[in-house]
Design a protein. Sequence first.
Length: 560
Amino acid sequence: MEFIELILINKLDGVILKYPHHENVDGTVCITGHHLILSSRKEGVRELWLLHKNIDTIEKKENKPIGGVTQGGSLFLKCKDLRIFQLDIGTTTELNQMAQTLENLSGLQDPGLFYPFFYRHMHPIVENGYTLYSIEGEFTKVLATEEWRVSRVNHNYTVCSSYGKAVVVPKSIDDETLVAAATFRQGGRFPVLSYRHNNGAVLMRAGQPLYGPKHRRCRPDEAILNTVVAIGTKGVIYDLRSSNSISQQQNKGGGTESNSNYSQWKIYNRSMDDVDNQQQLLESYSKLIEACNDREISSDKWISKLESCGWPESVRNALHTACIVAQHIHQKAEPVLIHGTRGEDATLLVCSLVQIILNPDCRTIRGLQALIEREWLQAGHPFGTRHRCGPYGPAQPRAAPTFTLFLDCVRQFLEQFPCSFEYRQSFLITLFEHSYASQFGTFICDSDQERENRGVYDQTTSVWSWINQPDELPAYINPLYDPTPNVIWPSVAPMSYVIWEELYLRWLVEQHTEEREEQYRAIRTREQQLRSQAQQLRRELFDIAQQYYSPVKPDVKTDK
């Protein structure tokens, strides 16, 4: 298929762009296979480049008839990055042609036609982001313990289609055991290592066991888990589903681990059905954005509408669950296994947040990149399917903003610990934007297998290659960053949640992020000055005390 077949109109003069916080722009619209380009040279050069894939929905409104004849109207382009554009077009024919053209191009589903396969980076690539974070490199310390190994049992993706080629598993477990265990887990997602804490406790993840109504048992799966439990202790399994969801899954062949077969493990339920239910999460997100766009209602009603959408509760629930899991690992040194149903959404969300709590490396720019590679891309989060649509709809099957929820949770960390993270909010917002529509190939397709089959790694550029450029990276560095090796515990109280204004409201109200950062910086500088003065006063007081309390030695006279 050629793009030209989908383009009914490729150029149109006299289009007026209306956009919040900007003056109206009267210019020319050009349509390419991947972009809508509006340019104006009437008052200096002004341009808008909009990826078709960024368009979430198109609403058409014709002008009221004059003398029985309708002339033109407006197109409202609601985008996945939350922008809303209004394009005023002079004639009805051109309005319809433009609307149909954008519908055709924004609705393409074949990844091979997406812009990353046509984009060519203008500058030399210093680092290949696709090879930057290998399993061996990320788990160097773990592999040095002689307790774990890298398995390539899935090198051809036949054991688990959603896992990457390499996974870290207990060294005493051979590949035959992994293959057998994969048949017992949803989607073949057998237990693999996610993180090892500095006290030796580990975090593992998997899909749900295919326990079924006949109470199926799998000794290879039990062997994998029992290997990580020390003698005389017990591990912890967190099933991220409600009891009702588990019962429903059991009728379909799934379920949860039984206490009798997993006697070395304590099994708990921690419901995160609001995350694993894609339709529910998307509805919650859509209501959140609707509330943000409806700021004209009274303050009390707006706050009530915001809270009732369910999104703030999902953020708090995710953070609370991560804190509970992190306590088992950090305070009790207990190994933990996490799973929901498939293990591609809530499971990856919680595992990622646990590591941000426990691991200072994940609070750096490259550390977060590596975390996203390990726990989202290589772990099989289906970005292509989940980000098929945004909050404006129409809803697509299995579409969900799980990754956006993760970024929002990280944003809550930044609000509570503004000096503990090397990256600033702009880095999270950039990840949000590129996960939905991008010139880079990192977030397209549903799995490592699909990206390899589609030639993503050979024919596109990684977003990490761009972000890590010396000219680009400084824009994402937090000027308040003060590295700390400590574990951080976020507050999950309802009053601690802060609406992510810099993302959800950035196109609606003027942002003052730089002013806030400058205020933080001034406070930080003043704090350091006061600490320095306090230390100087302590030293002076100590010197005075030493002189005052030092015993005076009497003169000793000797006879000659």
